[in-house]
Design a protein around this ligand. Sequence first.
Ligand code: FCB
Length: 482
Amino acid sequence: MKNVTRRRFGKTLAGTAAATFASASLSRLAFARMATASLQRFPSNFLWGCATAAYQIEGAVNEDGRKPSVWDTFSHTPGNTFQGETGDVADDSYHLYKEDINLLKNLGVSVYRFSISWSRIFPDGTGQPNEKGLAYYQHVVDELLRNNITPYITLFHWDLPQALPGGWQSRDTAKAFADYVGYVSKQLSDRVSHFFTINEFKCFTDLGYKTGKFAPGMKLTDAPVNQIRHNAVLAHGMAVQAIRANAKSGTQIGLAENATVYVPVIEDSEQIEAARRATREENAQFLTVVMEGKYTDGYLEREGANAPKVEAGDLKIIGSPLDFVGLNVYTPEYVRADSSPTGYAIETRQSSYPRMASDWLYIGPEVIYWAVRNVGDIWKPRALYITENGCSADDVITADGRVEDTDRVMYLRNHLTHLHRAASEGYPIKGYFLWSLLDNYEWADGYSKRFGIHYVDFKTQKRTPKLSAEWYREVISRNAVE
Ligand code: FCB
């Protein structure tokens, strides 16, 4: 961004402070302290990064042996996505990955979270690995490492190979996933030491098979949906074991989950306890069973005859110990204590509640603090990451090529302030991955919702840093938010 260079930003800060304090006879040291008093510093080894996902950025859907995933089929079926848009080209990052890594370098990030497209590696989901598919990711990893950026790899971000019979309705898919994961982690763990098994269970189970809003677009009843959810958490557990069996020892394993986050309406012990109960109970089918290796009594009672059929040994696999938990955090639910058997009530959202450009993206920056605190208090994971946080905005590029996304800066600044609170209270929060590095294919919303801190002209593939990119670079260089 031409207008707000780093130097100018620094000068403005110093200038304002100087004007304010010039008349007071403060020592130089006191002045320096005050000038930075509002900076909230993160722990010195805190990791700053960005996140993306394969189908949202890569394009090149027919290249080097890749075969379709369920998202190719779904997006090519009329009526499923905004204006029928597909990920055929997306950001063309398959070809432009060096340019994209250069964007990361300019931001100064130390970590990058991206996903592997399963159907590049095993085009039919199982069988013989496709060397060209693996080679692409080896090149990406090598380029990152050359730029001192540590790769964090997501092994499944919704793009299930179309060829797998029954998709997630079949238990065999969990086994196929573990085989793919075992192979990839064996091939890459010489240079990659952090893997996320699965991204956001709900979005490919409930949205894919219950509401039909996402691939594969089915609308099934509760019993099969619960079985699909079970197959998905089982796939996660089997993948954890496959990585431990195949990857270099010391490889760190977790998942990236969008657990529903409950914010207590008032911060007192009763309401905080209500938020904790809601977190465990309302996430029973996903994060709770992963962290505890059992379905809660409440979930089994609620689902009754529709509860999943669990085979011997499943729950132990699902509950395989993790090295870290990744949380994708966007939007809050508010909860209060009440005298019902659950002990909590979830508030209805008012129609005036503020949101960003996506209709689901309600703004409540304290969500990030409570995401960390609830999960940290209930399950005491060794380490936590924010694996996604960010927002869509109605970005406009000016004639001279600027995007002044002050609304996104507002969103990010407020969330980081609340994340800082969690870090300063001692929760083991190790890093933050901003969603997203660049505008991309936002699933059923196509290209209509921009989440990037770099603007992408989808006709020319030109990338332009937005004001938020400049702002994030400052956050990273100071390791602080103001
Ligand atoms: C998350 C997804 C990610 C992106 C963001 C906006 O649910 O994991 O791929 O679409 O939302």
